[in-house]
Every structure is written in structure tokens, then in C-alpha cells.
Design a binder for this molecule. Structure first.
Ligand code: ADP
Ligand code: ADP
Length: 229
């Protein structure tokens, strides 16, 4: 369940007279529970692929399916609900709201949403899980980069997504801090069964995934099963 399929996904950007084929005929299947890395040089289409899978952008051609149902055709409102039910995002820039505390940032995706669990309680639990129980009331500016990214990971999980999509989640962190974040993602994948799809420039991190997808010029040039957990 909860698997993604990309069928002939193509994305072209038209900027004035310049046409860029960012993705060309991508055919992939992502099984729920997988821990997948996407690696490739800058401009190879990694971020574009992640935004198509996260339904933040639509393909020019081809179809994205979730549990064998096409989702590229859903309305904007339906897509927002789809993302809310299924996907958590983490970015290179942590994108925390500077005026909110760590706890409030973690709760923020649920502002204005009705859910059948205690949001405050769950946010506290998640902050504990990422090792920030003592930083609940801190503002982002009072936290280190690694701590801010851990808040962002907790926030990405608040609505119990089936998948975590991460675009260069360690790109702004030093190697050690990046490793801490990465270990956290591995643990979440193992313990919660949350699928993880992450984009990286770092070959060592890419090799720690269960499955590695290598891109170049908008195409998948290699795919390997790296580990079997
Ligand atoms: P990567 O994440 O591997 O660095 P991207 O997916 O960001 O690659 O970009 C792939 C190609 O598409 C690049 O040539 C990039 O300049 C282009 N591109 C990405 N987003 C846009 C956009 N919004 N408008 C125009 N071109 C874009
Ligand atoms: P990343 O660091 O994840 O590869 P970039 O810094 O290349 O991403 O791009 C950041 C944002 O700018 C993305 O939303 C991407 O779609 C957009 N973008 C990338 N290349 C271009 C471009 N040539 N023209 C317009 N927008 C672009």
C-alpha cells in the first residue's frame, strides 16, 4: 500500500524562448517503507522529481499514480488534502516560522485542521523523539542549524504522513550534524515504517539508503538496491 508510480513523467519549463526539459520520461515505482536516495549533479532534475512526487508541481506529460490511482489529475484542493494525508516535506533551508516557538512550529501544519488526536501532546512527543524536549519554547533563532532541522523533521511528521520527502536535508549542515539528521531519518523509517525519499549531493549518504536512484540530464541513469535492511 501507499506506493507511488511514475509513468513517463516529463517536465518541461518554458521561460521566454528557453525551453528546459528538467525531466524526461521517468518510470519508477516507490514502495512504502523504502528508504530511497536520489543523487545526481546540480540541474539533473532531482528537485523537480521530488516536487512532482510531492504534488507541489504538475508534470508536462506522463502520470503520477498513488496506490495505482492517477493523482496528477486531481484539483488543487484535492491535492492539498492528498498531501496532508500522505506527505511530509523537509527542505535544505529549514523554513521554520521565525516568530513561532519550536513547539508552535511543529504544530503549525495542523492550525485550522480538525484531527482526532491531541496536537499539543503529539508535538511534544515528536520534539522528544528528535531529542529536543528541552527546546520546546525556543525560537528558531535560539537554535543551532541541526536543532532547527530536527524541529522541521518533527513538523513534517505531525500529521502522520506515509512518506517523508526531503530535498538536501543535510545540505546546510556540517558533516556531523548532517549525520545526526540522517540517522534520525533512518530511525523514523525503521520504527514508523514511513517511506523516505531524499535528494542529496553526497555519495556517502546516498549509499546508506536501501535504494539509490542516479540522475543525469533529467533521466534516471542508474538504479541500485544498496542494502536490504
Ligand atoms: P537538481 O535538483 O538536480 O539540481 P532541478 O530539478 O532543480 O535539478 O533542475 C533541473 C533543470 O530544470 C535545471 O536545468 C533547472 O535550471 C531547471 N528548472 C528547475 N526548476 C525550474 C523552473 N521553475 N523554471 C525554469 N527552469 C527550471
Ligand atoms: P536545489 O538547490 O534544490 O537544486 P535550486 O536552488 O536549483 O534547487 O532551485 C530553487 C528553486 O528555483 C526551485 O523551486 C526551482 O524550481 C527553481 N529554479 C531552479 N532553476 C530555475 C531556473 N533556471 N529558472 C527558474 N527557476 C528555477
Amino acid at each position: 500500500a501507499y506506493h507511488f508510480t511514475c509513468e513517463h513523467l516529463t517536465k518541461q519549463f518554458d521561460t521566454g524562448d528557453v525551453k528546459t526539459v528538467a525531466l524526461q520520461d521517468i518510470n519508477l515505482r516507490f514502495e512504502h517503507g523504502d528508504f530511497i536516495s536520489i543523487i545526481g549533479p546540480s540541474g539533473s532534475g532531482k528537485s523537480t522529481l521530488l516536487s512532482l512526487i510531492g504534488t507541489l508541481d504538475r508534470p508536462t506529460e506522463g502520470t503520477l499514480l498513488f496506490n495505482d490511482e492517477p493523482i496528477s489529475t486531481l484539483s488543487a484542493k484535492q491535492l492539498a488534502d492528498f498531501r496532508f494525508e500522505n506527505i511530509g516535506f523537509i527542505f535544505q533551508q529549514f523554513h521554520l516560522i521565525p516568530t513561532l516557538t519550536a513547539l508552535e512550529n511543529v504544530m503549525s501544519p495542523l492550525f485550522g485542521r480538525k484531527v482526532d488526536y491531541d496536537v499539543h501532546e503529539r508535538a511534544l512527543e515528536l520534539l522528544k523523539e528528535v531529542g529536543l524536549a528541552d527546546k520546546v519554547d525556543s525560537l528558531p533563532s535560539q537554535l543551532s542549524g541541526g536543532q532547527q532541522q530536527r524541529v522541521a523533521v518533527a513538523r513534517a511528521l505531525i500529521h502522520r504522513p506515509k512518506w517523508l520527502l526531503a530535498d538536501e536535508p543535510t545540505g546546510n549542515l556540517d558533516t556531523h550534524t548532517g549525520d545526526v539528521i540522517f540517522d534520525l531519518l533512518i530511525r523514523l523509517n525503521r520504527e514508523n515504517g514511513c517511506g523516505v525519499l531524499f535528494v542529496t549531493h553526497d555519495p556517502e549518504l546516498a549509499d546508506r539508503a536501501n535504494r539509490k536512484i542516479e540522475m543525469r540530464d533529467g533521466q534516471v541513469v542508474a538504479m541500485s538496491d544498496v542494502h536490504h535492511a
